[in-house]
Design a protein around this ligand. Structure first.
Ligand SMILES: Cc1ncc(COP(=O)(O)O)c(C=O)c1O
Length: 490
């Protein structure tokens, strides 16, 4: 017989009624279901530290009300058909039943307006969705099996919180080789979002100012806002953040942190030229601003080798670099990492222990083995090739629609998983109609910090998660809807 945890109201007397109410509440809230056996009076009395007669009286009360039945030689069980609550008067005065609790909830972060997740739409043009169906689950299973066959007991226990040693070693080696990041410490995190929240908690206080790209990543903004910090938007030009405006803001406002997606700007996908990245670093040193560099999908870079991030040349150690396995593997894996100057590590670990000791150690261990064996980079090469083909297919289709007279423009994204498409007008309306027709798409208004800057002409088209056939069919539906929306002019 399972142990019952009852909600008992100490104010309620006599005791048998208190227990009867606790049992009834367990039935009403689904903890006990129709026909479920109940503990014997003796067992429940032992559990609750009372005597058998009190329990029998409680059961009798509930039998009288129709919540419980007594079956000969089998004992008590929850009634097969439960009474309608309104017909029961004897216990309904209890305050918990009469009114709902009034939650006073902080409303400092923006709500999502989606009624279902993007991947549930027939065509999902969400910008950051990888094609999870192409993940080599069979290969990866062997690394998971190894992790379970030869568990690392240091990891399985509390402590060792920065991450699995081999995972950290593999990430460091990889970053040194492909990103030229040589002098940072690695901390494993549950995806970049946790890292952004962690860094926000660590560095920001109420009233601090965070400079962000004026078009950007709302989940990061939300994390900053939870600390009470204010966001300062910096305008963008064709290649990313506007350095002149950044300098003006740095020189006139006390900025604590700059959050940046320089390699593939989110959401426009453009790459900030190297001399501008260097200029930003100079400004950050001059005005003593820390930089949070979010490198979320730079593994997928098609037209040249992946570029070197700001974190690679950071003699002052002011750049905190983030990356994630969400795009390379799948977002549900929840593994990412922070590459940070060693001076910050103890403070980050202290803050992390407040919310979460460490990410899932089996996943870290398996990824470490996968990286060590070369499987990770093989997968990366395969996926880069596939996403590159999808990007090119998308471009072909867009050019075809353009040739048919649809007004559209775009800059060829050098990498990543999405394209920033200028459809000239009705972006918001197109998004709405697409959602109604089972197509997921995000228009520019989702990405503006200042809503008055919305020109209602750009949409973010994710292509990585769609096969060539799905891209062809999805775009056909999308442009049919666009023509309708624009001709109706609403
Ligand atoms: C700009 C940016 N940062 C970070 C992430 C990744 O988040 P996570 O690692 O929490 O899945 C994304 C994913 O969409 C993103 O677009």
């Amino acid at each position: 017989m399972k142990t019952l945890t009852l909600l008992l109201d100490k104010q309620l007397k006599p005791v048998f009624l208190r227990i009867a109410y606790g049992l009834r509440h367990a039935i009403q809230t689904g903890k006990l279901t129709a026909n479920e056996p109940l503990p014997s009076a003796r067992k429940l009395a032992e559990q609750l530290g009372t005597n058998r007669h009190t329990i029998m009286a409680a059961y009798q009360e509930l039998i009288a009300q129709g919540w419980v039945e007594s079956i000969e030689r089998k004992g008590y069980r929850v009634a097969q058909s439960l009474p309608i609550e309104e017909s029961n008067h004897s216990l309904s005065y209890h305050p918990l039943v009469e009114k709902a609790f009034n939650w006073d909830i902080n409303t400092d972060i923006s709500e999502s307006s989606l009624d279902k997740p993007a991947h549930k739409y027939r065509y999902n043009f969400a910008g950051g969705s990888p094609d999870v169906s192409l993940f080599p689950f069979k290969d990866f299973k062997s690394y998971m099996n190894e992790s379970l066959s030869r568990p690392n007991f240091d990891d399985l226990n509390y402590g060792n919180n920065a991450g699995n040693n081999n995972f950290i070693h593999q990430v460091k080696t990889y970053l040194r080789r492909v990103r030229s990041i040589t002098d940072k410490e690695i901390i494993a995190v549950n995806g970049s979002q946790e890292a952004i929240y962690l860094i926000a908690r660590l560095l920001l206080k109420s009233g601090d100012k965070v400079a962000v790209e004026s078009l950007g990543y709302q989940p990061a903004w939300n994390a900053f806002k939870t600390t009470g910090a204010d966001l300062v938007p910096i305008q963008q030009h064709d290649n990313g953040i506007d350095i002149k405006q950044l300098e003006k803001v740095f020189s006139t406002t006390d900025i604590k942190l700059l959050y940046l997606t320089p390699l593939h700007q989110y959401p426009t996908t453009v790459t900030l030229p190297i001399h501008e990245r260097m200029a930003i670093y100079q400004l950050a040193t001059k005005y003593n601003v820390a930089i949070l560099e979010d490198d979320y999908d730079h593994e997928f870079h098609y037209d040249c080798q992946p570029l070197i991030p700001l974190a690679a040349e950071d003699p002052l150690g002011l750049v905190i670099y983030l990356s994630t396995f969400s795009k390379i593997m799948f977002p549900g894996g929840r593994i990412g990492f922070i590459a940070v100057d060693k001076a910050l590590v103890p403070a980050i670990m202290r803050y992390r222990s407040v919310m979460n000791h460490k990410p899932n150690v089996l996943m870290q261990d398996a990824i470490g083995r996968w990286m060590q064996d070369g499987g990770f980079e093989r997968h990366l090469r395969r996926m880069s090739k596939r996403y590159h083909q999808r990007r090119d297919h998308l471009i072909q289709l867009l050019n075809m629609y353009k040739a048919q007279g649809i007004a559209l423009d775009y800059d060829l994204p050098a990498g990543g998983m999405s394209l920033w498409l200028d459809i000239k007008s009705h972006a918001h309306e197109l998004e709405q109609v697409c959602h109604e027709n089972d197509i997921y798409l995000a228009a520019e208004h989702h990405f503006h910090l200042d809503p008055t800057k919305d020109e209602n002409r750009y949409v973010r088209l994710g292509y990585a998660g769609l096969s060539s056939d799905a891209l062809t069919a999805g775009l056909h539906s999308l442009f049919t809807l666009l023509k309708e929306v624009q001709s109706r002019g609403y």
